[in-house]
Design a binder for this molecule. Structure first.
Ligand code: ADP
Ligand code: GLC
Length: 507
């Protein structure tokens, strides 16, 4: 057992479920800090004071003021709101930047907020300040944990404007979003001209929040081991693969893939209040009532013998939503029903609406964000579609596995690390839990769904597949332990190698 004190973690993030969530980052920012606190860490989550959070925590107490944040930043304050022992929220309040209706990144019409560089520049600056020797708080972290580009500029402030009091970690949840702004923003962001350099915040002549973090933090992590390898290659590196290879090769622990978990208090079919009937691996019959409820809720024909395929997704090219669109008529022709929930790209949304209109009671599409329906789809569908072109981790396939709804995925990133393709061998071994394919093409997806439907018709084999997925522990425990280990070693010099006398050889 380690004799070191438990870590004191400042976790900086732009989303936190259930209050502000556009995707998996919101889920992770709620569940990982809680799992760390359960493991004994002292965790504070720094998040912008959006309206939903201000309304949820009316009793929050001011604990610091940032009167002169520098650059074009307006003064801000920080208010604390305890969540549970070892865990509290720190709301970064700057009403002009955060107290507005719409999403965290976009307005209601889907346009990026024009002042996002300042909104997330201030989040990064505040995180850096709390992790510096000039912190206005009476609490100092032993590690600063930044997440995605929105807080990744913090290490730049610790390099150019402040003195760090602890090491920093940057976690990549999605390398495709980098927070790149014109070089003329440098002054407004309170960064000196020398920061616009190849070993600083510069990326092709612009300011990149994520590049800055990846360059200047002590340790980089991402959310699955396979994605950690993929982003070191040009195909998935989004222009940053060279830097990531450099970090990977520089030393042990500088680029790690730590697989996300799921919040098993929220995503558990035995206790889920959003589904029609509880069930577990021992009594899978309960899924039938959820299938009927899903059919009623979405207006699907629930004839026996029709497999229900679910999908919950941001509607973007990343998720392979277009591949599903392409094969949807063929799936309907094979008797399947589709239950689709998502929002995003307007063209993809429109294409789904059209398809649903052309196949009433066979294809049901709900455009929007609906947490309760997401739970019901996981519980009521027979199988789950997630043919992502890339997937840093992916949470929905793990929710599906926990709900006995075998996922059909493309073998990439975290999908490759969690889904074991069903073959006669893996089924016999007891490892099969879903279906996967490699080529990002509609034909490969269709062939894989056909394979899945053949197994679905074999009731015993399907039960086995469902139980294999449900048997594994998908909770955050393992990841929390890995992060705790990383927090302890990150930024510390490796222990000196003490020359030792040759050990006696064992017989
Ligand atoms: P990503 O973060 O790339 O969108 P993840 O699979 O990691 O993908 O996480 C997505 C999260 O967002 C899951 O919790 C999923 O259920 C949820 N989600 C995505 N779209 C919707 C939607 N339209 N309605 C409800 N929940 C959604
Ligand atoms: C990102 C990724 C997703 C991951 C999530 C949480 O949104 O796209 O794969 O699960 O972050 O880490």
């Amino acid at each position: 057992m380690s004799t070191q004190p438990p870590p004191k973690v400042l976790f900086a993030t732009s989303e936190i479920a259930p209050w502000v969530k556009t995707g998996g980052l919101g889920d992770v920012s709620a569940a990982l800090p809680a799992a760390l606190a359960d493991a004994g860490a002292d965790v504070r989550v720094l998040v912008p004071g959006y309206p939903a959070l201000l309304a949820a925590f009316p009793g929050r107490v001011e604990c610091a003021r940032i009167e002169r944040p520098g650059g074009a930043f307006l003064p801000a304050r920080i208010a604390r709101a305890p969540l549970r022992p070892g865990l509290e929220l720190l709301l970064l309040e700057c009403p002009a930047l955060y107290d507005r209706h719409g999403g965290p990144y976009q307005d209601r019409a889907g346009a990026e907020w024009p002042d996002n560089s300042l909104r997330f520049g201030l989040l990064s600056k505040a995180a850096a300040l709390l992790a510096s020797t000039d912190t206005p708080l009476d609490w100092s972290p032993s590690i600063l944990h930044c997440n995605d580009w929105q807080s990744a500029l913090a290490p730049a402030y610790l390099r150019y404007r402040l003195r760090p009091a602890c090491p920093s970690v940057v976690t990549i949840h999605n390398l495709a979003f980098q927070g790149v702004f014109g070089a003329e923003r440098l002054d407004a962001l309170d960064l000196p001209p020398r920061a616009l350099a190849i070993d600083g915040v510069e990326f092709h002549g612009q300011v990149s929040f994520l590049k800055a973090g990846l360059q200047l933090c002590d340790c980089v992590t991402t959310v699955s081991p396979t994605y950690a390898r993929e982003i070191c290659e040009p195909a998935h590196g989004c222009g940053l693969d060279g830097l990531l290879r450099h970090r990977r090769d520089r030393g042990a622990g500088e680029l790690r893939g730590i697989l996300n978990g799921i919040d098993t208090a929220l995503w558990n079919p035995a206790t889920d209040p959003s589904i029609a009937a509880p069930y577990d691996a021992g009594a899978l019959g309960g899924k039938r009532a959820n299938r009927s409820a899903l059919a009623r809720r979405m207006g699907l024909d629930a004839s026996a013998g029709a497999p229900f395929l679910g999908m919950i997704s941001r509607m973007t090219a990343q998720k392979g939503v277009d591949l599903v669109l392409e094969i949807a008529p063929a799936l309907v022709a094979r008797g399947a029903r589709l239950a689709i929930l998502g929002s995003g790209d307007a063209t993809l949304e429109a294409a789904w609406r059209e398809l649903a209109a052309a196949h009433p009671r066979r294809i049901a599409v709900e455009i929007g964000f609906d947490e309760a329906l997401a739970h019901l789809i996981e519980a009521g569908a027979d199988a789950f579609l997630m043919p992502s072109r890339f997937e840093p981790c992916g949470l929905n396939q793990m929710y599906s596995l926990a709900y006995g709804t075998p996922p059909i995925v493309r073998a990439t990133g975290g999908l490759a690390d969690t889904v074991v393709d069903c073959t006669p061998r893996t089924l016999a071994e007891g490892s099969a839990n879903g279906f996967s394919f490699v080529e990002p093409h509609a034909a490969a997806l269709l062939e894989t769904v056909e394979r899945a439907l053949a197994v679905w018709r074999d009731r015993r084999a399907w039960r086995k597949l469902q139980r294999n997925g449900m048997a594994r522990d998908w909770s955050w425990g393992t990841a929390a332990r890995e992060y705790a280990g990383l927090y302890r070693s990150c930024g510390r010099e490796p222990p000196p190698v003490v020359p030792q006398a040759a050990a006696p050889t064992r017989p």
